[in-house]
Design a protein around this ligand. Structure first.
Ligand SMILES: Cc1cc2nc3c(=O)[nH]c(=O)nc-3n(C[C@H](O)[C@H](O)[C@H](O)COP(=O)(O)O)c2cc1C
Length: 193
Protein backbone atom coordinates (compact mmCIF):
# COMPACT_ATOMS: atom_id res chain seq x y z
CA UNK A 1 0.00 0.00 0.00
CA UNK A 2 1.51 3.33 -1.07
CA UNK A 3 1.46 5.88 1.81
CA UNK A 4 1.46 9.66 2.14
CA UNK A 5 2.94 11.29 5.27
CA UNK A 6 0.49 13.63 7.02
CA UNK A 7 2.97 14.94 9.59
CA UNK A 8 2.44 15.29 13.34
CA UNK A 9 -1.32 15.79 13.53
CA UNK A 10 -4.35 14.16 15.12
CA UNK A 11 -5.89 12.47 12.09
CA UNK A 12 -7.15 9.15 13.39
CA UNK A 13 -10.26 7.07 12.99
CA UNK A 14 -12.65 5.71 13.90
CA UNK A 15 -13.32 7.68 17.06
CA UNK A 16 -16.38 7.35 19.29
CA UNK A 17 -18.79 10.22 19.67
CA UNK A 18 -19.92 10.90 23.22
CA UNK A 19 -21.65 13.59 25.21
CA UNK A 20 -19.93 14.33 28.50
CA UNK A 21 -22.60 15.43 30.97
CA UNK A 22 -21.47 17.47 33.97
CA UNK A 23 -23.00 19.73 36.59
CA UNK A 24 -21.71 22.96 38.08
CA UNK A 25 -21.96 23.87 41.77
CA UNK A 26 -25.59 24.95 41.31
CA UNK A 27 -26.56 21.64 39.70
CA UNK A 28 -26.87 23.18 36.22
CA UNK A 29 -26.22 20.53 33.57
CA UNK A 30 -23.77 20.95 30.68
CA UNK A 31 -23.34 18.66 27.68
CA UNK A 32 -20.13 18.53 25.63
CA UNK A 33 -19.28 16.53 22.52
CA UNK A 34 -16.07 14.52 23.01
CA UNK A 35 -14.42 11.99 20.75
CA UNK A 36 -11.09 11.61 22.54
CA UNK A 37 -12.58 9.02 24.84
CA UNK A 38 -11.79 5.38 25.52
CA UNK A 39 -11.84 2.51 28.00
CA UNK A 40 -8.33 2.19 29.44
CA UNK A 41 -8.64 -0.49 32.13
CA UNK A 42 -10.94 -3.42 32.90
CA UNK A 43 -9.64 -4.08 36.42
CA UNK A 44 -10.70 -1.63 37.76
CA UNK A 45 -13.12 -0.40 35.07
CA UNK A 46 -11.70 2.96 33.96
CA UNK A 47 -12.44 5.43 31.17
CA UNK A 48 -10.23 8.26 29.89
CA UNK A 49 -11.47 11.56 28.45
CA UNK A 50 -9.07 14.13 27.04
CA UNK A 51 -10.31 17.66 27.70
CA UNK A 52 -8.90 21.02 26.77
CA UNK A 53 -8.22 22.79 30.08
CA UNK A 54 -10.47 25.72 28.98
CA UNK A 55 -13.60 23.59 28.60
CA UNK A 56 -16.53 24.38 30.87
CA UNK A 57 -16.81 20.59 31.17
CA UNK A 58 -13.32 20.35 32.68
CA UNK A 59 -14.13 23.05 35.28
CA UNK A 60 -17.36 21.23 36.20
CA UNK A 61 -15.60 17.88 36.62
CA UNK A 62 -12.95 19.49 38.83
CA UNK A 63 -15.64 21.21 40.92
CA UNK A 64 -18.00 18.25 41.20
CA UNK A 65 -15.84 15.12 41.00
CA UNK A 66 -18.37 13.17 38.92
CA UNK A 67 -19.52 13.03 35.29
CA UNK A 68 -21.13 10.76 32.74
CA UNK A 69 -20.03 9.66 29.27
CA UNK A 70 -23.02 9.13 26.96
CA UNK A 71 -22.74 7.28 23.65
CA UNK A 72 -24.23 9.30 20.77
CA UNK A 73 -26.60 7.37 18.47
CA UNK A 74 -26.56 8.22 14.74
CA UNK A 75 -29.92 9.98 14.87
CA UNK A 76 -28.52 12.44 17.43
CA UNK A 77 -25.70 13.70 15.15
CA UNK A 78 -26.96 17.28 14.79
CA UNK A 79 -27.77 17.85 18.47
CA UNK A 80 -24.46 16.29 19.57
CA UNK A 81 -22.51 18.38 17.06
CA UNK A 82 -24.16 21.52 18.47
CA UNK A 83 -22.78 20.46 21.88
CA UNK A 84 -19.32 20.58 20.27
CA UNK A 85 -19.82 24.02 18.77
CA UNK A 86 -21.08 26.02 21.76
CA UNK A 87 -19.64 26.28 25.25
CA UNK A 88 -21.66 25.91 28.42
CA UNK A 89 -19.89 29.06 29.60
CA UNK A 90 -22.33 30.99 27.38
CA UNK A 91 -25.09 28.64 26.24
CA UNK A 92 -27.54 26.29 27.93
CA UNK A 93 -27.04 23.37 25.55
CA UNK A 94 -30.01 21.44 26.87
CA UNK A 95 -32.25 24.36 25.96
CA UNK A 96 -30.45 24.69 22.62
CA UNK A 97 -30.85 21.04 21.59
CA UNK A 98 -33.87 19.83 23.56
CA UNK A 99 -31.86 16.87 24.91
CA UNK A 100 -33.18 15.56 28.24
CA UNK A 101 -31.32 14.17 31.25
CA UNK A 102 -32.18 12.01 34.25
CA UNK A 103 -30.28 11.57 37.51
CA UNK A 104 -27.68 8.79 37.73
CA UNK A 105 -26.92 6.77 40.84
CA UNK A 106 -23.97 9.00 41.83
CA UNK A 107 -24.49 12.42 43.40
CA UNK A 108 -24.17 15.13 40.72
CA UNK A 109 -24.38 12.78 37.72
CA UNK A 110 -26.86 13.36 34.88
CA UNK A 111 -27.52 10.78 32.16
CA UNK A 112 -28.61 11.78 28.66
CA UNK A 113 -32.03 10.14 28.07
CA UNK A 114 -31.62 9.90 24.27
CA UNK A 115 -28.29 8.05 24.60
CA UNK A 116 -28.50 4.22 24.47
CA UNK A 117 -25.45 3.75 26.73
CA UNK A 118 -24.57 5.94 29.73
CA UNK A 119 -21.36 5.50 31.72
CA UNK A 120 -21.32 6.97 35.24
CA UNK A 121 -17.90 8.04 36.45
CA UNK A 122 -16.11 9.31 39.50
CA UNK A 123 -13.05 11.51 38.84
CA UNK A 124 -9.87 9.58 39.63
CA UNK A 125 -6.90 11.60 38.41
CA UNK A 126 -5.53 13.40 35.38
CA UNK A 127 -2.44 13.62 33.22
CA UNK A 128 -1.29 17.01 31.92
CA UNK A 129 -0.74 17.02 28.13
CA UNK A 130 0.01 20.59 27.03
CA UNK A 131 -3.37 22.32 26.68
CA UNK A 132 -5.20 19.07 27.42
CA UNK A 133 -5.96 17.11 30.56
CA UNK A 134 -6.38 13.37 30.19
CA UNK A 135 -9.04 12.81 32.84
CA UNK A 136 -9.36 9.28 34.22
CA UNK A 137 -12.75 8.27 35.54
CA UNK A 138 -13.63 5.24 37.64
CA UNK A 139 -16.64 3.56 35.98
CA UNK A 140 -19.23 3.18 38.71
CA UNK A 141 -22.27 2.10 36.67
CA UNK A 142 -23.30 1.56 33.04
CA UNK A 143 -26.89 1.97 31.87
CA UNK A 144 -27.74 0.20 28.59
CA UNK A 145 -30.94 0.67 26.61
CA UNK A 146 -33.34 -2.10 27.69
CA UNK A 147 -34.91 -2.52 24.24
CA UNK A 148 -31.54 -3.66 22.79
CA UNK A 149 -31.73 -6.97 24.70
CA UNK A 150 -33.57 -10.12 23.66
CA UNK A 151 -34.82 -12.87 26.00
CA UNK A 152 -31.36 -14.50 26.02
CA UNK A 153 -29.89 -11.15 27.17
CA UNK A 154 -28.03 -10.76 23.87
CA UNK A 155 -27.72 -7.13 22.76
CA UNK A 156 -28.60 -5.94 19.25
CA UNK A 157 -25.93 -3.46 18.13
CA UNK A 158 -28.39 -1.90 15.65
CA UNK A 159 -30.42 -0.52 18.55
CA UNK A 160 -27.35 1.29 19.94
CA UNK A 161 -26.45 2.53 16.41
CA UNK A 162 -23.36 4.47 17.58
CA UNK A 163 -22.28 7.51 15.58
CA UNK A 164 -18.64 7.30 14.49
CA UNK A 165 -16.34 10.30 14.05
CA UNK A 166 -13.55 10.38 11.46
CA UNK A 167 -10.99 12.72 13.00
CA UNK A 168 -9.07 14.73 10.43
CA UNK A 169 -11.87 14.38 7.86
CA UNK A 170 -14.41 15.99 10.18
CA UNK A 171 -17.22 13.64 9.18
CA UNK A 172 -19.71 11.54 11.10
CA UNK A 173 -20.62 8.06 9.85
CA UNK A 174 -22.79 5.29 11.14
CA UNK A 175 -21.68 1.66 11.50
CA UNK A 176 -21.72 -0.59 8.46
CA UNK A 177 -22.30 -4.31 8.72
CA UNK A 178 -20.79 -6.79 11.17
CA UNK A 179 -17.61 -8.36 9.75
CA UNK A 180 -16.58 -10.97 12.34
CA UNK A 181 -16.68 -12.04 16.00
CA UNK A 182 -13.90 -10.60 18.15
CA UNK A 183 -11.66 -13.03 20.05
CA UNK A 184 -12.81 -15.75 17.59
CA UNK A 185 -12.17 -14.68 13.99
CA UNK A 186 -8.40 -14.95 14.48
CA UNK A 187 -8.63 -18.54 15.68
CA UNK A 188 -8.44 -19.70 12.05
CA UNK A 189 -4.75 -18.76 12.18
CA UNK A 190 -4.09 -20.37 15.57
CA UNK A 191 -5.95 -23.65 15.00
CA UNK A 192 -4.11 -24.44 11.73
CA UNK A 193 -1.93 -27.40 12.86
C1 LIG B 1 -16.65 15.82 16.85
C2 LIG B 1 -16.10 16.64 18.00
C3 LIG B 1 -15.29 16.03 18.93
C4 LIG B 1 -14.75 16.78 19.99
N1 LIG B 1 -13.96 16.13 20.91
C5 LIG B 1 -13.40 16.85 21.93
C6 LIG B 1 -12.59 16.19 22.90
O1 LIG B 1 -12.44 14.98 22.91
N2 LIG B 1 -12.01 16.97 23.86
C7 LIG B 1 -12.20 18.33 23.92
O2 LIG B 1 -11.64 18.98 24.82
N3 LIG B 1 -12.99 18.96 23.03
C8 LIG B 1 -13.61 18.26 22.05
N4 LIG B 1 -14.43 18.87 21.16
C9 LIG B 1 -14.70 20.33 21.29
C10 LIG B 1 -15.74 20.63 22.39
O3 LIG B 1 -16.87 19.79 22.27
C11 LIG B 1 -16.20 22.11 22.29
O4 LIG B 1 -15.08 22.95 22.45
C12 LIG B 1 -17.29 22.47 23.26
O5 LIG B 1 -17.86 23.70 22.85
C13 LIG B 1 -16.82 22.60 24.70
O6 LIG B 1 -17.95 22.73 25.52
P1 LIG B 1 -17.89 23.20 27.04
O7 LIG B 1 -17.05 24.46 27.11
O8 LIG B 1 -19.35 23.45 27.37
O9 LIG B 1 -17.29 22.10 27.85
C14 LIG B 1 -15.03 18.16 20.12
C15 LIG B 1 -15.89 18.76 19.17
C16 LIG B 1 -16.43 18.02 18.14
C17 LIG B 1 -17.37 18.69 17.15
Amino acid sequence: MLKRQLGACVTFFPQPTTLIATQNGEGEVNLMMASWVGIVSKTPPTIAVSLNRDRHTYANIKANGTFSVNVVPAKMAQAADACGLASGKKVDKQKLTGLEVSPGTLQGVSLVDESPLNVECRYLSEVELGDYRLVLGEIVEIHACEEAFNEQDEADVKVFDPLVYLGGMREYWSLGKKEADAYRAGLVFLDKD
